[in-house]
Ligand binder design. Structure first.
Ligand SMILES: NC(=O)c1ccc[n+]([C@@H]2O[C@H](COP(=O)([O-])OP(=O)(O)OC[C@H]3O[C@@H](n4cnc5c(N)ncnc54)[C@H](O)[C@@H]3O)[C@@H](O)[C@H]2O)c1
Length: 314
């Protein structure tokens, strides 16, 4: 049997209990990584860790709010203590309340700060503590590239490779703006800038830093919300504006994250990869016209936008 691609590697997934983070923790573990799930919801984090262990993987759950510096510091220490090393960090956690919606005129300063603490500061802190731990861990197990034959030789020694992988979760909302969503949109755009900066700073250490911009991903929570406020016709309308004619599932994002964490991706850094079924490359005027026909044919449709019209959404 061939060795799994992340065998022997230590990983952290923030917000790894549910949704995209939940699927990512399972995916990395299925590929051989030992995974520390860090989440504010203790029971769901433990359930996901147990699910991974039941499938033969290695996972540990830790409860904590990653917008808090002591939590981030201790999650890195915990990963190193549990697994002996840190190779992969997926910065995914987010959960926003209704106070996060609004324009610059509407949002309260305390909501702005709380939003930025989780959307942006948490990712800065993750790198602050995670990067030295990755450096200390050295090249990931099984990633020895062999004798160096590339152009890096002109610097006198082979470049460092596969020392670490950071994947930050942005959103299509970091690329395109929804109305009255200042905090989320500005925060997710900042994730893209922060990722590029970290790629430049940590590339020489052999650590790549990339972002993913998911489109609409139907998570456990999303599914429940759709069940409450949407209907079939509404869901199909939503899918209609995706060129691939479906919205995403957490495994779509987990697959992209796993690729960016792999040795094959060692020359990819600083990019923001949209995983959105083509939604963000589509010219809007055509879809508006196509959508008009669908709405006229389905006057009873309901979507999650009917629940909180005009407020912040993902
Ligand atoms: N689902 C989508 O359509 C979508 C689209 C684009 C981007 N995203 C982004 O993907 C990421 C995951 O979203 P999701 O839809 O899977 O959400 P989710 O609510 O299903 O899962 C988020 C997880 O993060 C945890 N969490 C929340 N606040 C936390 C904190 N302060 N510290 C630690 N853990 C915390 C939650 O308990 C939960 O387990 C987020 O960054 C989100 O902005 C989601």
């Amino acid at each position: 049997m061939t060795e799994k691609r992340f065998a022997g590697r230590g990983a952290i997934v923030t917000g790894g209990a549910l949704g995209i983070g939940g699927a990512t923790a399972r995916r990395l573990a299925a590929d051989g990584a030992s995974v520390l799930i860090v989440d504010v919801v203790a029971d769901a984090a433990e359930v996901n860790a147990e699910r991974i262990r039941a499938a033969g993987g290695t996972a540990v759950a830790m409860t904590g709010d990653v917008s808090q510096e002591p939590v981030v510091k201790s999650m890195v220490e915990r990963a190193v203590t549990e697994f002996g090393r840190l190779d992969i960090m997926v910065q995914n956690a987010y959960g926003g309340g209704s106070d996060r919606a609004g324009s610059a005129v509407e949002v309260k300063p305390e909501s702005w700060h709380a939003g930025m603490d989780l959307l942006v500061t948490a990712l800065y802190l993750g790198a602050k503590y995670g990067v030295p731990a990755m450096e200390e861990s050295g090249s990931a197990p099984g990633s020895d590239p062999g004798p160096w034959t590339g152009a890096g030789l002109r610097h006198g020694s082979p470049p460092k490779m596969n020392v670490g992988r950071i994947v930050n979760i942005s959103s299509v909302h970091g690329i395109l703006q929804a109305p009255r969503s200042l905090i989320y949109e500005a925060g997710k755009a900042a994730v893209i800038g922060l990722t590029r900066q970290m790629a430049v700073d940590f590339g020489p250490l052999g650590i790549t830093v990339n972002a993913i911009a998911p489109g609409h991903i139907v998570t456990e929570r999303g599914e429940a919300m759709w069940g409450e406020v949407g209907n079939e016709a509404g869901f199909r309308l939503f899918e209609l504006h995706y060129p691939v004619r479906r919205t995403g599932v957490p495994d779509d994002i987990a697959a992209g994250i796993a690729f960016l964490c792999s040795d094959e991706a060692s020359f990819i850094t600083g990019v923001t990869l949209p995983i959105d079924g083509g939604m963000s490359v589509q010219l809007q005027e055509n879809i508006v016209m196509d959508t008009k026909d669908y709405i006229l044919e389905n006057p009873g449709l309901r979507t999650h936008f009917d629940q909180d019209r005009g407020t912040a959404r993902r």
